[in-house]
Design a protein around this ligand. Structure first.
Ligand SMILES: C[S@@+](CC[C@H](N)C(=O)[O-])C[C@H]1O[C@@H](n2cnc3c(N)ncnc32)[C@H](O)[C@@H]1O
Length: 453
């Protein structure tokens, strides 16, 4: 922490000196906005009208962003595809890019297999299908539309190569080696990240976001009435996925928001989608991959436009994305955040107590923890019921629960301040199947005395 603070101070000093030593722009001259382009070149550099010098809040966001980026970049310096250790972060990043790069072709090959299955039906059945519908067109339609999805996935890779300064040749060679060794990429994870684009960054995902995110942002607004741009409340959103909630909080103003995500699949998609500068500039066909539960072919092939919102890449409302396991990345941070918001996240822990340790350490005394989500464990060491978990948070970690908005209905348990609602997670809203959780909403304040104990 001390090292980080001194680094941040040093960087702040350099930025301030730099801002004074930079020649003043002549009238009408433009400022560069340095963002990696989708084509991986710098030809896309955009110019914006020069305005007033950046505020301190802007500088501090930029410093934090650069600090965490550099910290991550230092962990992926090991080059040489053949010698890369499978546990290395560079290997992991290349592995995820491999999945995105092959997204189009893998599904197009799957569709061929489906077509072969259909080809096996009897002549009589085929005649019935042909005379009553144009069902057979589906194979070509989906094959073509999947080409569009595949191109989006390749754009994710192109953006990532530029962002992480990884040469294209290195990825190409990495893929060659993996395919030669028959190490097949994980399309399930790629698909999950791409589906999250709908949840987070398309109007289509509004049915999942609206109630949940509005509740969380309203609770923060109410709890931090005197925050300001110069004295922002610091908020951490761990396990942020594609980050929409973090950006919604930043949008409120007066919050300095740090998001965090462990999965490189999610981070690659996040970096790409938040780099897009034009609203609804991209099109995807996200419902093609699973033909079960489709109400109609029109619905299944329907395009979805994204992003529905363009996020600031600098300024006080910029969100800083910290890459990695939050129990590791924030291991040296004590009493840094005024609030931690856990949204469909805490149950991802293999040991919830590790998460509780991190949570209670990074929060300032008096800081607020807001949680919304289900309890879906994945072979965890500890699988608490809601009641057990809240007891542990209260008695083991010194959290004091406060009531949450009553419109969330009656208390889930008479003795605990948690309320619940059915909240959807990653489902196509016209689908014949609904993926809904009875998500638990609660809020707790970290007691002032806890740090001294
Ligand atoms: C169920 S998803 C929810 C994502 C997001 N909060 C949302 O609601 O869309 C949980 C996320 O937590 C991430 N995650 C899991 N373990 C993590 C860890 N130790 N540190 C940071 N992120 C983690 C996963 O990669 C995944 O993106």
């Amino acid at each position: 922490m001390a090292l980080r603070n001194s680094l941040i101070r040093a960087l702040a000093a350099i930025s301030i000196i730099y801002s004074f030593s930079t020649p003043v722009l002549a009238e009408g001259e433009k400022q560069q906005v340095l963002e990696p382009g989708l084509d991986g070149t710098l030809n896309h550099i955009k110019y914006e009208a020069a305005s007033t010098p950046p505020s301190e809040a802007t500088i501090s966001r930029a410093i934090e962003r650069d600090y965490y980026k550099q910290k991550y970049m230092n962990t992926i310096t090991d080059e040489g595809v053949d010698s890369l250790d499978q546990s290395s972060k560079r290997y992991w990043l290349l592995w995820c890019m491999y999945g995105f790069e092959r997204h189009g072709i893998r599904y197009q090959n799957e569709i061929k297999k489906w077509a072969v299955r259909y080809a096996g039906i009897s002549e009589k059945h085929r005649k019935i299908v042909k005379s009553s519908s144009d069902y057979e067109k589906i194979y070509d339609t989906v094959h073509d539309l999947w080409g569009i999805n595949g191109q989006i996935a390749k754009d994710v890779v192109t953006h990532a190569l530029a962002y992480y300064s990884i040469p294209r040749d290195e990825l190409d060679r990495f893929i060659l080696v993996q395919e030669y060794n028959e190490n097949w990429d994980n399309q399930e994870r790629v698909n999950e990240a791409i589906q999250h684009v709908v949840r987070d960054w398309a109007t289509e995902g509004q049915h999942e976001r609206a109630t949940a995110m509005k509740t969380l942002t309203d609770m923060l607004t109410t709890h931090f009435p005197s925050r300001s741009v110069s004295q922002p409340a610091r908020v951490l959103v761990p396990g942020a996925g594609l980050g929409r909630l973090a950006h919604e909080i930043a949008e409120l103003g007066g919050f300095s928001v740090t998001a965090n995500e462990w999965s490189a699949y999610m981070r690659l998609a996040y970096r790409y989608v938040t780099s897009l500068r034009k609203k609804e500039s991209e099109t995807n066909h996200p419902f093609l991959d699973w033909w079960s539960y489709q109400p109609s072919r029109t619905e299944m092939t329907r395009p979805v436009l994204f992003p529905d919102s363009v996020v600031p890449s600098s300024g006080p409302q910029e969100v800083v994305m910290v890459e990695g396991d939050w129990t590791v990345e924030f291991a040296n941070d004590t009493a840094v955040y005024d609030a931690v918001v856990t949204f469909f996240f805490m149950d991802t822990a293999t040991n919830m107590l590790d998460y509780m340790d991190t949570l209670s350490r990074v929060l300032k005394p008096g800081g607020m923890w807001i949680n919304l989500g289900p309890l879906l464990y994945h072979d965890a060491a500890v699988e608490f019921s809601l009641e057990d978990w809240m007891d542990v948070a209260e008695k083991g970690y010194g959290f004091e629960f406060v009531d949450v908005p009553e419109e969330w209905g009656p208390l889930t348990l008479k003795s605990k301040k948690a309320r619940n609602r059915d909240i959807g997670y990653m489902y196509h809203k016209e689908s014949l199947r609904r993926n809904i959780y009875n998500a638990q909403l609660f809020a707790a304040v970290k007691k002032e005395t806890d740090l001294d104990e």
